[in-house]
Design a protein around this ligand. Structure first.
Ligand code: COA
Length: 167
């Protein structure tokens, strides 16, 4: 069975991530979306919330499983019989960071595991989770950039943090 891993902090998952998940899920038997705590970022949603949100956004995709973990991506790959890791490339600026990570990970994998890059759809190549959160927090329109179900989660979370949604 070809089990492929797509990781990220997904804080929150966007339509850019979802596009990649849709496309990657067609290339394998099982796609594991792995939510990782990125130590360099202060999260808006807890890891449990992010995992639940991805489950909601991907429930139409039968071969997609959501998991969360901390520590090294390579340790997860080595322990879970992962055949390949998929990453998205949005622009040339992503390339340098991605090649470094892919080459370091290749040293840490215990067997041959490829890192595969998919080009992000041009409709979403300009977005990031931080930009989505910033525009949302300043009451800009992010409809169409995150799944509707995620927009609802963001509204609830903001209400929880501020004690009510400001109109
Ligand atoms: N559409 C929209 N946005 C996208 C996107 C896409 N297709 N692909 C990436 N992005 C956004 C992400 O939302 C993220 O936004 P943010 O910086 O505002 O949060 C940004 O682009 C960067 O994405 P990514 O590089 O995937 O960062 P990440 O924090 O989501 O994930 C990890 C990075 C967790 C995968 C990486 O740090 C990791 O592997 N950590 C594990 C520890 C480890 O093994 N370290 C050694 C590595 S060699």
């Amino acid at each position: 069975m070809k089990r492929v891993l797509y990781t990220g902090s997904f804080d929150p998952i966007t339509n850019g991530h979802l596009d990649l998940i849709n496309r990657a899920s067609k290339l394998c038997d099982e796609l594991v979306v792995g939510v990782i705590e990125n130590k360099s970022k202060i999260p808006f949603f807890t890891i449990e919330e992010r995992t639940g949100m991805i489950e909601k956004a991907t429930k139409h995709l039968k071969n997609v499983k959501v998991d969360s973990f901390c520590g090294l991506l390579a340790d997860y790959v080595n322990a879970h019989n992962i055949s390949a890791v998929v990453r998205g490339l949005r622009a040339t600026m992503d390339f340098e960071y991605e090649i470094q990570m892919a080459q370091m990970n290749a040293r840490l994998f215990k067997k041959d595991v490829e890192t595969i890059f998919l080009m992000t759809s041009p409709d979403y190549s300009f977005i990031s989770s931080s930009m989505i959160k910033e525009v949302f927090s300043l009451k800009g329109n992010i409809k169409g950039l995150v799944p509707d179900v995620i927009l609802e989660c963001m509204e609830s979370k903001l209400a929880e943090k501020t004690g009510g949604i400001e109109k």
